[in-house]
Design a protein around this ligand. Structure first.
Ligand code: ZN
Length: 702
């Protein structure tokens, strides 16, 4: 998805993409590098290091603030680099990984024998680094598109243009990309009810800001952002040399505000039952009148697709009405602005800086633009993610890691299965279905079974923006070519060089990319306690997503099907409600609390994940040690867990995260340990301490 201004954030991922992405500008993959000041990862993984790092009298007691107890020295002595909106262990690891990748790309550029996809990567990167060439071309790569927009004569022409710009740039369940500047976004995945075929999903879009709340909330902070956005849209029109930039910007924002009113909220988007709408193509004209749908689908190459899952029916209806009601000139300005805005990071300096100023500085609080190579790598990954991943693992992923991590996964799955067996409230029929899901779970470790080949994609060394547009189109054609065919469970959704992990609920599959399988998350030289606390917590988290409030709605084959007995589901929901309340009580700012419902899936997965990882760790201890040794091991396990969450984030980025992202801020995710009895024993946590919960208030779901 190469041409997004930013990607919104994941439900089933381990981390918010913004947490590990370098900027919130162009095509964020969770990959961009940071600058300077990264803590040496190896220092974090020596078993003795965390214990030593907490011997500071100024730090709180573990029972009062466990996140700060483990990470306080680091928090007090670390500055977020100026080109980042957050910094932590994941960022440091991504930084190091990216430096390694860029050396490989530079070697490929210098080698006259580089061929195939490696050459595409090298040429894409080289074109992006060639700023003189980019300045010289100016807006030329966009001129054909802008001329087509100028030539729109009527609403059928408008529908054709809207259809021809449709891209496969959203993904509500896997990577959880919910934002597109196009009027709609397309996602291709197996059917909600038919796992034997790839189906088409249509999602809402058309906003330049991240979510409807940015347009509609009366809060002063939002009013200020709206004024900044108006200034940004005006500036883009002015840079493009169009007359009356203020009037055009006002029209674009009026149209977007009308669209925003029809958009589903972030919570509604997460509700599978509301997303479960299958429309026949022939029914669109009746269900959502106002767009010439025949022209739209023909231009999108979807004229033979018999039906669509309409994730946001209200927004599709609303957009169609606005196409009918609003004048053509407003829609043309809307199309002009978004065509330029989405490509701005890939154009000359003035466009890229304007884009950064609004999307990264204003919306996310990042003071400085990253240096060129980081942006170039980010863009290359956005366009050619699997090709970059392949270059990385060929050089950097040791085969023995794969076996050792696969064994950890097996142990944690077994621990989770024992938990399913042990819950006393579950009917045997529900239990059988839950265990069937675990039995056929696909666990990908390191890299995909097959790498995507980019055959037919033309990448040239002197056309950075053209490369981005061709890659986006190529990706779209690849995706729609899959429609109607049989899905593969082992199809990966995340490239191998990304520091993150993902659960794919419909595929009943997990992906653990090679880049997260390194210190400090996993270290062959660290103790089991540390590895199970850090990486084990992540593995457990992803397994548990299959049984969170979203995952539990899909069966072993990935069908949206209720396999729960009523009483079991009621018990599950009641336990989950305890977690909603617990997280809603966290208030990072006086005027903003964590959204307990929006973050529920992640919090359920954190809780079940660390519980299963803890069980698996205990099971690996073949012989029982003395009580003191056991406690020391448990302390190390929980310390490893809290170290994996080490992170600082700017206020603007934290606020954006709370409004739009399913992941709670890191300090609250760490605090999930307050629901585990073993943590109380390990750190002698007592009533009266801030994190203390009486046993009956500790949430136990699995
Ligand atoms: Zn997650």
């Amino acid at each position: 998805m190469p041409d997004l201004p930013f990607r919104l954030l994941p439900l089933c991922l381990m981390f918010a993409l913004s947490a590990v992405a370098g900027t919130s500008s162009a095509d964020n993959q969770a990959s961009a590098a940071g600058t300077a000041a990264s803590p040496a990862p190896s220092a974090l993984t020596k078993p003795s290091a965390p214990i030593a790092s907490v011997a500071n009298a100024a730090l709180p007691q573990p029972g009062d603030d466990f996140f700060r107890y483990v990470n306080g020295n680091w928090l007090d002595s670390t500055e977020i680099p100026a080109d980042r909106n957050a910094w932590g262990v994941g960022h440091a690891l991504a930084e190091q990984t990216n430096q390694n990748i860029v050396k490989l790309i530079e070697a490929a550029m210098a080698d006259p024998n580089t061929r195939g996809d490696a050459k595409r990567v090298a040429d894409f990167y080289a074109a992006w680094m060639d700023q003189a060439q980019i300045e010289a071309r100016g807006l030329a790569p966009l001129q054909p598109l802008l001329a087509d927009i100028d030539a729109i004569k009527n609403k059928t022409g408008l529908a054709t243009m809207l259809g021809s710009t449709l891209r496969a740039d959203v993904d509500p369940l896997n990577a959880t990309v919910l934002h597109t500047e196009n009027l709609f976004g397309l996602w291709v995945s197996q059917g909600l009810h038919d796992p034997t075929r790839y189906s088409a999903y249509l999602l809402q879009g058309g906003l330049g800001m991240p979510d409807r709340v940015y347009y509609l909330e009366p809060a002063e902070k939002m009013q200020k952002l709206r004024a900044e956005y108006l200034a940004h849209v005006t500036a883009i029109f002015r840079l493009a040399g169009l007359d009356q930039p203020e009037a055009r910007a006002a029209r674009v924002i009026r149209l977007e505000t009308a669209l925003a009113k029809t958009h589903a909220t972030r919570d509604e988007t997460d509700d599978m039952q509301k997303a479960n709408n299958l429309w026949r193509r022939s029914a669109f004209a009746r269900k959502a009148p106002g767009i010439d749908w025949a022209a739209f689908f023909r231009a999108a190459g979807l004229e033979t697709q018999p039906q669509f899952h309409v994730w946001h029916p209200g927004a599709v209806r609303g957009a169609a009405q606005l196409v009918a009601q609003q004048d053509l000139a407003s829609w043309q300005d809307f199309l002009r602005f978004h065509s330029i805005n989405r490509m701005a990071p890939h154009l000359g300096r003035a466009f890229a800086e304007q884009h950064f100023a609004f999307y990264s500085r204003t919306l996310r609080g990042t003071p400085e633009m990253p240096v060129r190579w980081k942006l170039a790598l980010n863009a290359t990954t956005g366009a050619l993610d699997n090709a970059v991943g392949k270059i990385y693992v060929e050089r950097y992923f040791p085969a023995q890691n794969k076996a050792r991590i696969a064994a950890m996964v097996k142990n944690i799955v077994a621990a989770f299965e024992r938990r399913i067996d042990a819950v006393d409230w579950m009917h045997p029929a529900t239990r059988r279905e839950a265990k069937a899901k675990l039995k056929v779970l696909y666990v990908g470790v390191g890299y995909p079974e097959r790498f995507t080949a980019y055959d037919g994609l033309e990448i040239v060394r002197d056309d950075a923006a053209g490369n981005v547009m061709r890659a986006s189109q190529w990706h779209y054609r690849q995706q729609i070519a899959k429609l109607g065919k049989a899905p593969r469970q082992d199809q990966w959704a995340m490239p191998a060089h990304i520091v993150n992990a993902v659960n794919l609920p419909m595929q009943n599959a997990l992906n653990f990319p090679a880049a997260i399988l390194q210190p400090p998350y996993f270290d062959v030289n660290a103790s089991d306690a540390m590895n199970y606390g850090a990486l084990g917590g992540i593995i457990g988290h992803e397994i548990s997503h299959s049984f969170d409030n979203l995952g539990a709605q899909f069966d072993a084959r990935g069908r949206l099907r209720n396999w729960w007995r009523t009483a079991d589901l009621a018990h599950f929901n009641q336990a989950a409600q305890g977690l909603v309340t617990q997280y809603a009580s966290y208030r990072p700012f006086p005027d903003l609390a964590v959204n307990g419902q929006l973050t529920l899936g992640e919090n359920l997965s954190d809780l079940a994940g660390v519980s299963a990882a803890y069980d698996a760790y205990r099971a690996t201890r073949a012989t029982r040690g003395s009580a003191a040794e056991e406690l020391a091991g448990d302390r190390e396990f929980f310390t490893g867990y809290a170290l994996a969450w080490r992170e600082k984030r700017r206020e603007a980025a934290t606020r954006a995260q709370i409004l739009t992202d399913g992941h709670a801020p890191a300090q609250y995710r760490t605090a999930t340990v307050r629901n585990l009895d073993a943590w109380y024993r390990a750190f002698d946590v007592q009533p009266g301490q801030a994190l203390y919960l009486p046993p009956q208030q500790r949430v136990r779901v699995w």
